[in-house]
Write a protein that binds this ligand. Structure first.
Ligand code: NAD
Ligand code: AHE
Ligand code: ZN
Length: 372
């Protein structure tokens, strides 16, 4: 079939809207009509050329929601008409990683997914006979996409696609990092570095679990009002602190009587990652890295920081097991337990997707959502 899609031809170049060819689903695969997709900073990261796994030409996008149109042979858990959210972290429930119960990082198809291919090592997308690569197993910047069955979470039929698409990455990543990765307890003090599409969801998760001080850190003063409405109790702008001759780590240590119990880095900046570790409390502080840093970047700290009880952790997709946890998070939204609507600051047709990237780069949007 033919489908409209935004194609990334080259690193650093705007996407172009094309009518591309899409082959039907093969064994274990599903054809999905994408109804809406968010634009995440990670799409920009890959488009910028900083992602070592970035391959071109590709159809980016990993924060979508849609309807099953057709299923390939061997598919048993989904049928035509089911509403789904594509998962860049699949859940096969069979591999060593899934069976360990210690991680959400299913590895069954990670190799081919990272090469922009379906599990049989071929692409379903092409233009004029030349293949176009998939992205993160999802390629939601295409009106129709093919994804493996294990990369799709079935969700309830009454959930609005233009809102719950955000659960495909940002919402789950932020809330999940709090409840699944850090397992923050009520009364804890926490710091969130970066109050964008991910950080604001971390704040929302901290409020849900009953954290005490919820300190937000951002260079953009415009982020304060929204973060306060989601439960942030204190806002720190590193620029103001430095202008007054201070530093962000000391400011947090003072504010939290010795350091935060938990910190979350939601930017992808290795200098900030160090600050996020070092502002946590001696003996038990945990710092969770969520931000994705560019190829070749490394983190550093004095080992003494770890010797004295601080822990550095990472979190991908919030530690969520997609097929199990995503439908529950959709329920939370439908029951009014979490707020998604206020974070979707802009919507646009596919034709305007580059404007969505520009808004994000300029710090003007929290989430831009493309509605097909
Ligand atoms: P975003 O652009 O919406 O937000 C980033 C925020 O950080 C902005 O508010 C910006 O003003 C702020 N910021 C930038 N530099 C700063 C600094 N030095 N100090 C303080 N604040 C600073 O991005 P997003 O969509 O929220 O994504 C954040 C990061 O999380 C990205 O690196 C993205 O790739 C990553 N991410 C990771 C996962 C995961 O599973 N680990 C999932 C989604 C996104
Ligand atoms: N391709 C990058 C890795 C990027 C990365 O860390 N991705 C996160 C999700 S970001 C979503 O917005 C992730 O899930 N990582 C685990 C994994 O298996 O990719 C690189 O640096 O190579
Ligand atoms: Zn993302």
């Amino acid at each position: 079939m033919k489908t409209r899609a935004a194609v990334a031809w080259k690193a650093g170049q705007p996407l172009t809207i094309e009518t591309v060819d899409l082959q039907g689903p093969k064994f274990g695969e599903v054809l999905v009509e994408i109804k809406a997709t968010g634009i995440c900073h990670t799409d920009y990261y890959t488009l910028s050329g900083a992602d070592p796994e970035g391959i071109f030409p590709a159809i980016l996008g990993h924060e979508g929601a849609g309807i099953v149109v057709d299923v390939g042979p061997g598919v048993t858990s989904l049928k035509k008409g089911d509403h789904v959210i594509p998962l860049y972290t699949p859940e096969c429930r069979q591999c060593k990683f899934c069976l360990s119960r210690k991680t959400n990082l299913c590895q069954l198809i990670r190799g081919t997914q990272g090469k922009g291919l379906m599990p049989d090592a071929t692409s379903r997308f092409s233009l004029n006979g030349d293949p176009i690569f998939h992205y993160m197993g999802t390629s939601t910047f295409s009106n129709y996409t093919v994804a493996p069955e294990i990369s799709l979470a079935k969700i309830r039929d009454d959930a609005p696609f233009d809102k719950v698409c955000y659960i495909g990455c940002g919402v789950t990543t932020g809330i999940g990092a709090v409840i699944f990765t850090a397992k923050v307890e009520a009364g804890a003090n926490a710091v969130v570095f970066g109050l964008g599409g991910i950080g604001l969801n971390v704040i929302q998760g901290l409020k849900m679990v009953g954290a005490d001080k919820i300190i937000g850190v951002d260079l953009n003063p415009e982020r304060e009002a929204m973060a306060r409405s989601f439960g942030m109790t204190h806002f720190l702008n590193p620029k103001d602190i430095e202008a007054a001759g201070g530093n962000i780590v000391d400011a947090i240590v003072q504010l939290t009587d010795g350091g935060a119990d938990y910190s979350f880095e939601c930017i992808g900046n290795t200098k900030v990652m160090r600050q996020a570790l070092e502002c946590t409390h001696k003996g038990w502080g945990q710092s969770i890295i969520i931000g994705v840093a560019e190829a070749g970047a490394e983190i550093s700290t004095r080992p003494f920081q770890l010797v004295t009880g601080r822990e550095w952790k990472g979190s991908a997709f919030g530690g969520a097991r997609g097929r199990t946890d995503v439908p529950k998070i959709v329920d939370w939204y439908m029951e009014g337990k979490i707020n998604i609507d206020s974070l979707i600051t802009h919507t646009m047709p596919l034709e305007d997707i580059n404007k969505g990237f520009d808004l994000m780069k300029r710090g003007e949007s929290i989430r831009g959502v493309v509605i097909y």
